[in-house]
Design a protein around this ligand. Structure first.
Ligand code: DGT
Ligand code: CA
Ligand code: CA
Ligand code: ZN
Length: 583
């Protein structure tokens, strides 16, 4: 029996069956039966699998579940899949399902498009709309063509996972909208968003209310809503015009903690947790923690997340660690790391100014750093190779460093401007400026901007070469990836980490929300090997300094503590740390 077959997965399966049947033009009563049962099952307070496991009970007791559907539930729970759905999928091209994701198109119209114009993909549909073929079909007006074209964009975007930062913007706006609803007693965002993953598939919102209708009305009126995907008693899903979908669940007070735990995930963390619960004779699901006594299930906890974990003698794990990686092992040793926080950061060691491609002057960047409570800032403009950004040659660089010396004198001891440089690692291997120049600075970070398509060996060798240079203190954005836009370049991170360790160098976690390299795994490895990570914004403007929090979030996912991050220390300690790498 597959325990992962939740009610919501059963419901989803029935909905897909209904969609496909409707697409085929099947009997409307049959289709409605699937849709109704999907709704019923989704909102059932008990798990279908629990009822099935009880010999004294039958699924057909549930209103709206006949013999046929009861049998299908059984098959789903036992085999994890439904034969009928697989058969339907074989009969209909899978891309046709993409058509169903277009807001307001629906299976009936999709069927006409397929039958009359042979359309099976979004791209074919776009062409047909643009050529005016669609308006000639029965039931389609030219206005529909316009809205289909718009809908195609939404459907295409719906395929994509969005960057965390974008999800954050949307989530904050949505929360603000929902907060205005007086019927909401508690509200929390769950899912991958809460765990701080690099990209987010959809948002999951959890609400406590005893007026779920009012909450759902408000939710259905969300800013930038494109479509209500489904609305039930306790669950509702919408799609926004950006293509992002948002799931809302309304739960009773006593289930809030359990639901928050469940819907925060990750799935694998939950699976592991359920296994542990079982061993202790407990059952844990989105409604609470239960113990069976005298054949009766007794609610033990569920109001608060802490209580749910406490039932299993576990600590309240920071959401960022809930990936079934090492958190349970740490908990067993009472060694869950105390994760780094934004307020631990004391300085930023990678920013640009108007001398190269920054938007603010040196003085403005310093003032902005001070106003954000930092006590040091390294100015690391680009070196000459980055001609697009008017990179600095030796002469301009040394002039900038003189100016920094002057400014530092006027600033007094509370704030340090660090003479830095982001020195390019040239395509052919060497650094962009000679050692005798680099030697005059305090903080040289090396990075790759050109020749990113070179072989793994070439790129790795370039970085290893930079790590051997006595004047280089860190490698900036070590993999060069841009999330959703550019893959990391080919680089052997194992070798890079080993060389950083050997030469006493630091590795940067770039806080730019599109970069975020090191990734969480790299961070964890760096920590395990004792390589200090430095979290930098790479700010090109004053507000760029505010991206530090994205870097801190990524660091937390990697299990980094205050101690494992270099720029949580005062500059003189960082200076000592890199001094070791220079000798
Ligand atoms: P996403 O949306 O793809 O970025 O990732 P999540 O983690 O937000 O996934 P989502 O939205 O599908 O579900 C939210 C959470 O709900 C997930 O992290 C764990 C929980 N969950 C959903 N479905 C299942 C399931 O079948 N089994 C278990 N154990 N947990 C589930
Ligand atoms: Ca999600
Ligand atoms: Ca979801
Ligand atoms: Zn930079």
């Amino acid at each position: 029996m597959t325990t992962s077959m939740t009610n919501s997965r059963i419901a989803e399966t029935f909905e897909q069956v209904a969609d496909l049947l409707e697409f085929q033009g099947s009997n409307p009563f049959r289709i409605r039966a699937y849709r109704n049962s999907a709704r019923t099952i989704r909102d059932l307070p008990e798990l279908i699998s629990t009822i099935l496991a009880d010999k004294n009970r039958k699924l057909t007791e549930i209103d709206g579940i006949g013999k046929d559907l009861a049998q299908k539930c059984e098959q789903l729970v036992q085999e994890g899949a439904l034969e009928q759905l697989q058969e339907l999928r074989e009969q209909i091209p899978s891309t046709v399902l993409d058509l169903l994701r277009i807001p307001d198109l629906g299976p009936k119209k999709a069927k006409v498009l397929y039958a009359d114009l042979g359309i099976t993909t979004l791209e074919q549909l776009r062409v047909a709309c643009e050529e005016g073929q669609v308006r000639q079909l029965k039931g389609f007006a030219s206005k529909t063509e316009q809205s289909i074209l718009h809908g195609i964009e939404i459907a295409e975007q719906a395929n994509q996972r969005i960057k965390w930062v974008k999800a954050d913007e949307i989530a904050q706006r949505l929360v603000e909208h929902l907060r205005a609803c007086a019927s909401i007693q508690r509200l929390e965002l769950a899912g991958s968003y809460r765990r701080g993953t690099e990209t987010v598939g959809d948002l999951d919102v959890l609400v406590v209310s005893d007026k779920s209708d009012e909450v759902m009305d408000r939710f259905g009126d969300a800013p930038d809503i494109a479509q209500v995907i489904a609305r039930g008693e306790t669950k509702m899903s919408i799609r926004l015009t950006t293509g992002l979908s948002v799931d809302l669940r309304v739960v009773p007070k006593e289930s809030f903690g359990a639901a928050l735990q469940y819907f925060t995930g990750s799935k694998s963390h939950n699976v592991a947790l359920r296994g542990m619960a079982k061993k202790q004779g407990l059952k844990i699901n989105e409604y609470g923690v239960f113990r069976t006594e005298n054949g009766k299930e007794k609610y033990v906890a569920g109001g608060e997340e802490t209580d749910v974990y406490a039932c299993l003698s576990l600590p309240l794990f920071p959401p960022e660690l809930r990936e079934a990686r090492r958190e349970f092992e740490w908990a067993a040793q009472d060694a869950v790391p105390r994760l780094i926080e934004l307020s631990d950061i004391q300085g930023d060691l990678h920013v640009h100014t108007t001398a190269t491609d920054g938007k603010a002057s040196l003085e403005e960047m310093v003032a902005a750093a001070k106003s954000r409570g930092l006590s040091y800032l390294a100015i690391t403009d680009h070196s000459q190779r980055v001609s697009m950004a008017r990179g600095l040659n030796a002469e301009r660089l040394l002039k900038q460093w003189q100016e920094i010396d002057r400014l530092n004198e006027s600033l007094g001891p509370e704030f340090n401007i660090i003479k830095g440089l982001e020195c390019d690692i040239l395509e052919s291997g060497p650094l962009d400026l000679p050692d005798d120049v680099l030697a005059q600075g305090d903080w040289i970070i090396a990075s790759i901007h050109y020749g990113q398509n070179q072989s793994r060996q070439q790129i790795t060798d370039r970085i290893l070469g930079a790590l051997e240079n006595p004047f280089v203190s860190a490698i900036a954005h070590p993999t060069g990836r841009l999330i959703n836009r550019r893959e990391p370049y080919e680089v052997d991170m194992e070798q890079v980490l080993a060389a950083a360790k050997q030469h006493g160098k630091l590795l940067e976690l770039n806080a730019n929300p599109a970069r975020l390299d090191l990734n969480d795994i790299h961070c964890a490895v760096a920590k395990a090997q004792g390589i200090p990570v430095v979290i930098n914004t790479d700010a090109h403007s004053e507000s760029g300094l505010d991206t530090m929090r994205y870097g801190v979030l990524q660091a937390r996912r990697g299990g980094l503590t205050k101690e494992s991050v270099a720029n949580t220390r005062p500059w003189r300690e960082v200076h000592k740390l890199i001094g070791a790498g220079k000798s």
